[in-house]
Write a protein that binds this ligand. Structure first.
Ligand code: SF4
Length: 161
């Protein structure tokens, strides 16, 4: 397991925590006209009483440093958790629990650094994606998630050739 030096006495507070929070540009105060809605895999309280937001993954191999540091997903969780009032963002910790699907499965724990600028990037990405969709520019992103997609029947990328 990675993340040496971290204490492992955590209390699981809630699996599958559902959040819906406004998307606010923290550089300008502008608010998007859609909320950010999502589910956290689970939320823990560590031995020091700090909230830990955990994302659980399976992967063919352990993560690289870049994968951990550049993860937009945990930035989104960090933003949503703070906006929901669950914890002060500065006092929040984030963790990936990654189980490798290797012959001998291994659990790796990663503690990504928090990046306050990620909130501004998140807002801009959401605003630009929404604007693109509303003007009919909607590049499909095919993957495992397509099986649960509510608009799959109208997506050209999901059709068989
Ligand atoms: S079916 Fe199309 S719209 Fe739905 S997730 Fe897949 S690529 Fe995206």
């Amino acid at each position: 397991m990675t993340g040496g030096g971290q204490r492992d006495r955590e209390t699981c507070l809630a699996p599958f925590y559902v959040l819906a929070v406004p998307l606010v540009d923290q550089a300008t105060g502008e608010i998007l006209d859609r909320d950010l809605v999502g589910t956290l895999d689970f939320v823990e309280r560590d031995a020091d009483g700090r909230l830990v937001v955990v994302d659980v993954k399976t992967a063919a191999r352990k993560y690289s440093d870049l994968q951990v540091e550049a993860s937009l997903q945990l930035s989104i969780y960090s933003y949503a958790t703070a906006m929901n009032g669950l914890a002060d963002e500065a006092d929040l910790r984030l963790r990936f629990d990654v189980l490798t699907t290797t012959r001998q499965p291994e659990l790796h724990r990663y503690w990504p650094p928090r990046d306050p600028a990620a909130n501004v990037r998140l807002y801009r990405l959401a605003a630009e994606s929404l604007a693109a969709i509303e003007t009919g520019v909607f590049p499909p992103r095919v993957g495992w998630h397509c099986q649960d997609c509510p608009v799959r029947s109208r997506c050209w990328a999901s059709e068989s050739p």
